[in-house]
Structure formats: C-alpha cells, structure tokens
Write a protein that binds this ligand. Structure first.
Ligand code: HEC
Ligand code: HEC
Length: 462
C-alpha cells in the first residue's frame, strides 16, 4: 500500500501562478524581475546589524548548505527522511534502510575515485579505426582530493563529474564506438570536435578496463543547430533498451521473452532507471530550472526543499548504479549538485509575431493551466492520479509511487517532445487535441481554435 500522498489541493489552487506573473512582467516591460529585497532590520537588543538572511535558492544559500552535507552525517540522515514524499515506496524503503547509517549500510562502502579516460577525438578514432583501445597506464585518479573553495570552483568540478564520472561499466557500448554508424542509430552522438559525450573508459574496481556511462549519456544532447553538446538537454535519440537487447543477443545468452519485450518497448528517449522493479519506462527529462522545482522526478518522488535532497539523490544513484560495490566521494556529489542547480536552458526561440497573440496565449494559460503549472519553471505541486488521469503505473507503482504526478516543467517545452512522463504524446498540438486517444491531462480541450492557437504560441516562447 502507498502512504498518504503529499497533495495539498487547496494550497495549490490558492497559489498565484508565479511563472505566469513573471512571464507577463517580461512581456510588459522587457526586464527580468528584481530580486526580493533583503531584510536588514536590526535585531532587538543589539547594535550591530545582523547578517542579512540569504535568499533561498540563491548561489550563496546553496553554498551555505555544503557543510551540512559534507561534514554532518546526522544532517544527511535528517535531509534524507525529509526528502521522501512517500516513505513506503521501494525507493524510500531502500534508502531508509541503507543510507546515513554511519558505520553500516552504504556509508560503510569504499569510496571509488577511479581512473577515467574521456572519449576524446583521438580515443574515438582509435576505436573506430579498429586499433587497440588506449591504455589507462599513467592516468591519475579522477579527483585530486582537493575541495573547491568557490562557487565557480564547485561548478567546474561538477561539470566534470556530470560528463566523466562513471555510473558503472557497460562493456556493450564498445560496439557503438567501434561501429560509429551503429552507435549513431542508438543515439551515441559525436560532438563536432569528434569527442563522444556520455561514454568514458574506466579502470573498474576489479582492475579491468572497459567502457562506462556517465550522466551525459542521457542528459546531454547535440544542439540541432550544430553548436555542439548541450549539458542538461535530454538525449531523446538514445535507445538504451536496444543497446541492451543487442548486447545480450550478440553474446548468444538465453533471453527470456519478458526482457525482450521490455527493452523493445522503451524506444528512443525512454529508460527505466530503477532496474530492480517493474517495468516503467520514463521519458528522459531536460534538467533546466531544477532550483525552482520543489519536487524532483515525474512522480514527485523527492521533495527538494534544500540542495541536500538532490545531493543524496545523486549519491545514492551512483551507489545503486554501481551495484552497491562502492560509493562516490561526497565532495564530487556536492560539486555535481551545485552544477545541476546551476544548469540554465539555452535561450528561447525568438518570437516574431503579433504581441497580441502572445498576450492572449498568456491569459489563456493563466486561466486554464496556471493553477498547476504555477512555479518559476512552470511546474508545481503534486496532482493526484485521479485528477490527472494519465497512465497510473509510475504514480501508483511500488517503485517510486507517490499517488500522483508533478506538473511537468515547461521550460523550453516546444523542444521537449514527446510529452508526458512516459513520452506518449508526440506534439503540443496533440496534447491539446480533444480527439486525443492517450488518456488523461484533459485540460484546454474546450478552447476554441483562436485560443488554442494563442496558447500554443505562448508555450513555444517558453
Ligand atoms: C540511462 C539514462 C540516464 C542516465 C545515465 C542518468 N539519468 Fe537522470 N534521468 C533519467 C530518466 C529517465 C529520468 C526520469 C526519472 C523519473 O522521473 O522518475 C531522470 C531524471 C533525473 C533527474 C530529475 C529531474 C527532474 O526534473 O526532476 C535528475 C536531477 C537527473 N536525472 C540527474 C542525473 C544525473 C546527475 C545523472 C548522472 C549521475 C543521471 N541523471 C544519469 C535518465 C538517466
Ligand atoms: C490539474 C493540474 C494541471 C492542469 C490544469 C494542467 N496541467 Fe499540464 N500537466 C500536469 C501534470 C500533473 C502533468 C504531468 C502528467 C504526466 O506526465 O502524466 C502535466 C504535463 C503537461 C505537459 C507535458 C510536458 C512534458 O514535457 O512532457 C504539458 C505541455 C502541459 N502539461 C501543458 C499544460 C497546458 C498547456 C495546460 C492548460 C491548457 C495544462 N498543462 C493544464 C498538470 C496540469
């Protein structure tokens, strides 16, 4: 059974559509919102003015949480418990049993600071020309053991972690490197400079060297304009299921029909990221505007009230991905977190049309959509499955279920097709089409043609 889902329908309805207020302000004057003023009222009984409180989710505020995560095991455990939307799904139960136990559980795993070689142009060429893979001899460990001291320093280290620190070895990607056309069919992209983002060579814990995947395999994609890889952009071409299926077939390993059906059903852009549980392929999301999301993942599995929630998500993802053999150095997880919180989208598409249409679209959005898509990234509070009515398997499932779905963020939504948590709707037009067959999310269905057109125009500028 699921625990009580964390849904606060009334508060959601009362909350102003901040995302939209911001959008309208931009339309009106063309300048971004000013940050809220700091409280500089002196404390009673003291002459010295107190330190102004840090604005939540400012860079300084994020940085101020580093010590709690890095140096305070008690704070990590408290943050874990606070972050779990539903303590009774498998995701939560696993972590409650194993995380933040100091001398046992995952805290007792050895730290892994591996030797890594990114697939740069020269390494990629060695593979595609059939030469022996470059050796790992003489490579230093990934991290030099130095803790960054500035915000920029954390971001720079985090960018490396995101691009290069292996989640685990997956030897079957070597074929995608040796046969670039096959790799391309799987969505293994090559940057204009010849590098292959998302794959690396790593010296594994057992001393063998092989290909491994990083965050960038799923969360970095080439810009359609040819400008190169964009960290944070979902790799919607990636066919992870096919890569697995091909690997098993090539090995001649006996395959149960369920696995075949499972991996074939994913298709490009979807993956089941928790493999220990039932079959729920999920669309790979863009990672824009995370610092505005108070819920993480499409089912809202995690509350994101402080950056510790994200740091713990990432730390435990590495532990599970590497089959509970090692844990990542926490300094690297904090760096990754500061980096993820900093990821900003590429500029929106230029709007060349009558401003009146955009304004009408903004009004339609406010009245029809804004009660749910309410925060600065167009997301908002969890919506119960009964109300949203989309495919319930993930929302109510034992794996990560919470009883509902989070309103999908709408940052660069025009580039985020296909839509919904399982990527089941191909276009924005189809999502708003009253004749749509895919169930659920029946909002805006009553709009007339002009209103729908204006709403689409508005969405395309987000
Ligand atoms: C095999 C593909 C894959 C890899 C590799 C991967 N992810 Fe993801 N990621 C996904 C999918 C699919 C989801 C959606 C999960 C969900 O909503 O339950 C996701 C969700 C997320 C989210 C939540 C986003 C949101 O809007 O709430 C974050 C943050 C994230 N991933 C970061 C990372 C980081 C950091 C790494 C590397 C450590 C990583 N991911 C590796 C596929 C991947
Ligand atoms: C009752 C709350 C609610 C209302 C009202 C609502 N949405 Fe949503 N929206 C959601 C939820 C929840 C999801 C995620 C559902 C899922 O993935 O199964 C979602 C998903 C979406 C997506 C998919 C984005 C993606 O990247 O997959 C788009 C686009 C969207 N909504 C636009 C709209 C528009 C436009 C309106 C108004 C016509 C609207 N929504 C009204 C709650 C709502």
């Amino acid at each position: 059974m699921l625990g009580a889902p964390m849904v606060h329908g009334a508060t959601r309805l009362e909350r102003p559509a901040m995302w939209l207020v911001g959008a309208l302000a931009l339309l009106a004057c063309g300048t971004p919102e000013a940050p809220p003023p700091r409280d500089t009222t002196p404390a009673a009984g003291s002459d010295a003015p107190p330190d102004p409180p840090l604005r939540p989710w400012s860079d300084e505020w994020i940085d101020a949480h580093a010590g709690a995560y890095l140096d305070d095991p008690g704070a990590r455990r408290v943050a874990l418990e606070a972050s779990l939307t539903n303590a009774h799904n498998l995701y939560s139960e696993t972590r409650l049993a194993a995380y933040g136990q100091r001398t046992r559980g995952w805290d007792a795993l050895p730290e892994w600071n591996p030797r890594v070689r990114p697939i740069d142009a020269a390494t990629a060429a060695a593979f595609s020309e059939g030469r022996v893979a470059p050796s790992m001899e003489g490579r230093a460990p990934f991290w030099d053991g130095v803790r960054p001291t500035t915000h920029e320093g954390w971001i720079a280290l985090g960018a490396r972690v995101f691009a290069e620190l292996p989640l685990r070895t997956e030897p079957y990607w070597e074929r995608a490197l040796r046969e670039p056309e096959y790799g391309d069919a799987l969505g293994v992209e090559r940057a204009p400079d010849g590098a292959v983002p998302g794959l690396v060579l790593v010296r594994d814990v057992d001393g063998t060297t092989g290909t491994a995947i990083t965050c960038a395999l799923c969360h970095t994609a080439l810009d359609p304009s040819g400008a190169g890889p964009v960290p944070g952009r979902a790799r919607r071409r990636l066919d992870y299921g096919r890569a697995r299926l091909d690997a098993y077939t090539a090995r001649g390993a006996p395959l149960d029909p369920r696995s075949v059906a499972r991996w074939t059903s994913w298709g490009p852009g979807r993956a089941d990221v928790l493999e220990d549980v039932a079959d729920v392929p999920i669309a790979i999301p863009d990672l824009w505007g995370l610092r505005h999301q108070r819920l993480l993942t499409q089912a809202g599995t995690l509350r994101h009230d402080t950056p510790l929630a994200l740091a713990i998500r990432q730390e435990t993802q590495y532990v599970q991905a590497n089959h509970l053999r090692t844990r990542p150095p926490r300094v690297l997880m904090w760096a990754l977190t500061v980096y993820l919180e900093s990821l900003a989208p590429p500029p929106p598409r230029a709007f060349e049309g009558p401003t009146a249409a955009l304004e009408q679209g903004a009004r339609v959005f406010a009245s029809t959509c804004g009660r749910c898509h309410s925060n600065a990234a167009g997301s908002g509070a969890l919506v119960p499955i009964e109300e949203i009515g989309t495919d319930p398997e993930l929302a109510t499932g034992r794996a990560r279920g919470t009883g509902g779905y989070r309103p999908s963020p709408l940052v660069r939504v025009a580039d985020a097709a296909p839509y919904l948590h399982h990527g089941a709707v191909p276009t924005l037009e189809a999502l708003l089409d009253p004749a749509r067959v895919e169930p659920g999310h029946r909002f805006g269905m009553e709009l007339d043609e002009a209103e729908r057109g204006a709403l689409l125009t508005f969405l395309r500028t987000r």
